[in-house]
Design a protein around this ligand. Sequence first.
Ligand code: FEO
Length: 395
Amino acid sequence: MVIKLKEGVYWVGAIDWTVRDLHGYIIPTGTTYNAYLVVDEKVALVDTVKHGFLDEMMMRIEKIIDPERIDYVISNHTEMDHSGVIPWVMKQAKNATVVATKKGEEGLKRYYKADWDFKTVGADDELSLGKKTLAFVPTPMLHWPDSMMSYLKEDKILLSNDAFGQHIASYERFDDEVDQNELMEHVRLYFANILMPFTQLITKKLDEVEKLKIPIEMIAPSHGVIWRKNPAGIIEEYKKLSKGETERRAIIVYDTMWHSTEKMATAIAEGIMDEGVKVDVMKLRSSYISEVVTKILGSGALVIGSPTLNNGVFPTVAGFMTYLEGLKPQVKKGAAFGSFGWTGGAVRKLQTQLEGMGIEPIEDGLEVKFLPDANDIKSCIEFGRLIGKSIKEEN
Ligand code: FEO
């Protein structure tokens, strides 16, 4: 199956139906690695696919042209889900030039020990393919130093690489062909786990792109479906997500050894709900952390719970906090709770970690020794009410 975006512009990527763990990030339905072939007097292949998917991509390319005809391999981003098969493409397209940013060239040389013919490009560069022209929009740190987007001027297609992507494996290739609610859930999951640390940069870059006043009729990312129905809509969604606006909702994330911390979580949720504030309760051993951090997007408070194990934080909670720290969450308020047997420790550590992430504690951490009794449960409900009230003050 070859998909035509416009005359002379084709999707020639691969569908990875089975992947569920992409470098530690859990994706529920698989993904696609989108490569695009632009056929004009010159032929450009924009991005490639992950190692293992070469045959699938080549099968599609061969339906359109002889791969030897490829003149340019545009590498928008060095990460190996996009650059993984460039070495094999270059063996077939013997006269091709690899086009990348300076950092991209450095990265490709490091990964593949390659001595290909390189052309480095920046913001003012254009590449004529004949009737069609490629322009380049460097997007450093969105999400790697080498990242850029390519823009096909005459067709008004932004080939945005990771930006505006979603991890969806599907037969459908365009946004208007899939369920819109599911699509936006995938957008949020992708944004939370890949782009959350870069929200300020995203806002700045989106402003810069708007100032360029380049007409965009289609956004073709390197994962998931292509935005042709409403490309402006996904740009607006990114702006909204980058602002870090919160709603009257809290998330309780916890794990438990003998259900004491779990009982506390349930009682705290009750207190939050008593205040008319929505709450999500997510046990870490029953949830994917990629889905947990997606729920944190837009939450008014993060309430984190852990029993004390060996004077420290329970391993699943500690791992989650490490993942979260790297994502630099925008949630502003938080609280910690947990049970302990002999001496505590976990709640203090969690509170310190929350503060280290710039999350303001709503209350001092709440600890319960052994199993929570009726009075402890009342304290947990009251703790939840205080959290709920604090969220209402802000929203
Ligand atoms: Fe889809 Fe940053 O790679």
